[in-house]
Design a protein around this ligand. Structure first.
Ligand code: RP5
Length: 177
């Protein structure tokens, strides 16, 4: 793949790059996209496989770093080496999302993503943990961005308020039995 073509494809202000091993990972990864959008975080997304298209993975990572990407999210299933391979090409933080797949329900993906050798870490989320991957990316960006930090604080406050509402609702239900 031509490097210049990648420059055309990648938004200059992009903060997060999402790489999926296959388009079949999209149904899980959609929640990462939804979450990044809810924080107004610019991102790029592509399909590139550590095994099927290793050269594309390398070109995409190097071009994204050049374009200013601050965090990678790499999602893959089966023998999920994608996040580790992405991490091998950059010192930009890499968040791994092991995707659930048959016949091991994501345990294979989890082990392949989380068991990195010392020296090249991947921040591995839960199996299918796409939403937390996006939130963790937002947290990394928030360290150096006050606007994002404020949005994160508001997000946490709303989450806590929602838990309280649920608690009150449950009490009402129990009292009316
Ligand atoms: C992995 O193999 C992908 O990330 C996907 O989770 C899994 C199956 O890929 P497909 O055969 O559906 O393309 O590389």
């Amino acid at each position: 793949m031509n490097i210049l073509l990648f420059f055309d494809m990648i938004c200059v202000n992009m903060k997060v790059a999402i790489i999926m091993g296959s388009d079949s990972d999209w149904s899980v990864m959609k929640s990462a996209v939804d979450t990044l959008r809810s924080f107004d975080i610019q991102f790029d997304i592509t399909v590139a496989s550590a095994h099927r298209t290793p050269n594309k993975v390398r070109d995409y990572v190097l071009t994204s770093v050049e374009a200013g990407t601050k965090v990678f999210i790499a999602a893959a299933g089966c023998a999920a080496h994608l996040a580790g391979v992405v991490a091998s090409y950059t010192t930009v933080p890499v968040i791994g999302v092991p995707i659930s797949s048959e016949p091991f329900k994501g345990f294979d993906s989890l082990m392949s993503t989380v068991q990195m050798p010392p020296g090249v870490p991947v921040a591995t989320m839960a199996v299918n943990g796409a939403k937390n991957a996006a939130l963790f990316a937002v947290q990394i960006l928030a360290v150096a961005d006050e606007d994002i930090h404020k949005k994160l604080t508001a997000y946490r406050e709303k989450m806590a308020a929602d838990v309280e509402k649920k608690s009150e609702h449950l009490k009402e239900l129990v009292n009316n039995i």
